[in-house]
Design a protein around this ligand. Structure first.
Ligand code: ZN
Ligand code: ZN
Length: 277
């Protein structure tokens, strides 16, 4: 019996056989890889990206937040964005995700097959959101400091009307400190289970894509505040709006039509028609 088959059969005797462990390891690998791909394109980007580049199907265009922008999207500008997005996805997001998971392991977080209780998952997701709000708001505001802005954050703001893929179109340093760190820190601080962490990563990927997609679709969370940030620069720095309210960095937004539109639409009528300019 060769060394590999020996390892295989001896592994089979344990509660977790070699194949089982191999599957678990490759499962993590595929999850990480998928995570990077998802960070690059996101569920909405697959669909919305097609709408932006082709202008079809036409009936969805009425849900655009900035009607006259990116119709169709500038191919040259998009190509430039895709290059940086791919770089950030593979060179920044992927290793940072692995580093985050490794740090959790060092901290003693549970990677077991026993899932945490529903209540614990809910409490932790709320805590992650607060950590993200805190981390994202202050690091993002720092990025708007005149000294830092022109060297780093100006890249992300080249798109005054964002599309989904722009969520990680940023200077790599910004992507690391502003986009990734506030997301990764929550589960490390809370000592969370790996399953809750994956759930959180998934939620943030979907929400950041929605916040940049440039469309306010019915029944989906509103992205009016973050779209407003891309239009106006000096308002709406946070994710939840709590710190913007606290620091008064939402005063222009609150006086705007976008503020009235900033809710989940329960009607098929576009928000721009429900609350016209
Ligand atoms: Zn943005
Ligand atoms: Zn900004």
């Amino acid at each position: 019996m060769g060394a590999w088959s020996c390892l295989f059969f001896s592994g089979m005797e344990g509660s977790k056989g070699f194949l089982h462990q191999l599957y678990a390891a490759s499962g993590n690998f595929w999850q990480n890889l998928w995570d990077s791909v998802y960070k690059l394109f996101g569920r909405n980007n697959f669909a919305v990206g097609v709408i932006d580049t082709t202008g079809k199907p036409g009936f969805l265009m009425r849900y655009k937040v900035q009607m006259d922008k990116n119709v169709p999207v500038d191919r040259k500008k998009l190509k430039k964005a895709v290059k940086l997005v791919l770089f950030n996805g593979f060179v920044v997001s992927f290793p940072m995700t692995l580093l985050g998971i490794y740090t959790m392991k060092l901290r003693g977080c549970a990677f077991s097959g026993d899932l945490p209780t529903f209540t614990r998952v809910m409490v932790e997701l709320i805590m992650f959101s607060l950590v993200e709000e805190f981390g994202f708001y202050y690091s993002h505001r720092l990025m708007h400091h005149p000294i830092v802005y022109k060297y780093i954050h100006k890249i992300h703001h080249e798109w005054t009307a964002p599309i989904g893929i722009i969520c990680i179109y940023a200077h790599p340093l910004e992507h690391c400190l502003v986009n990734m760190m506030p997301v990764i820190l929550g589960p490390i601080i809370m000592g969370s289970h790996l399953s809750t962490t994956w759930m959180w990563y998934f939620i943030t990927l979907v929400s950041t894509t929605i916040s940049h997609c440039g469309y306010h679709f019915p029944f989906l969370p509103s992205q009016e505040a973050y779209d407003f940030h891309h239009q106006m620069f000096i308002n709406c720095f946070g994710v939840l709006g709590i710190l913007d309210r606290l620091h008064g960095t939402d005063y222009i937004f609150r006086a705007s039509k976008a503020y009235k539109r900033d809710k989940i639409s329960l009607s098929l009528t576009p928000m721009s028609q429900q609350y016209p300019d």
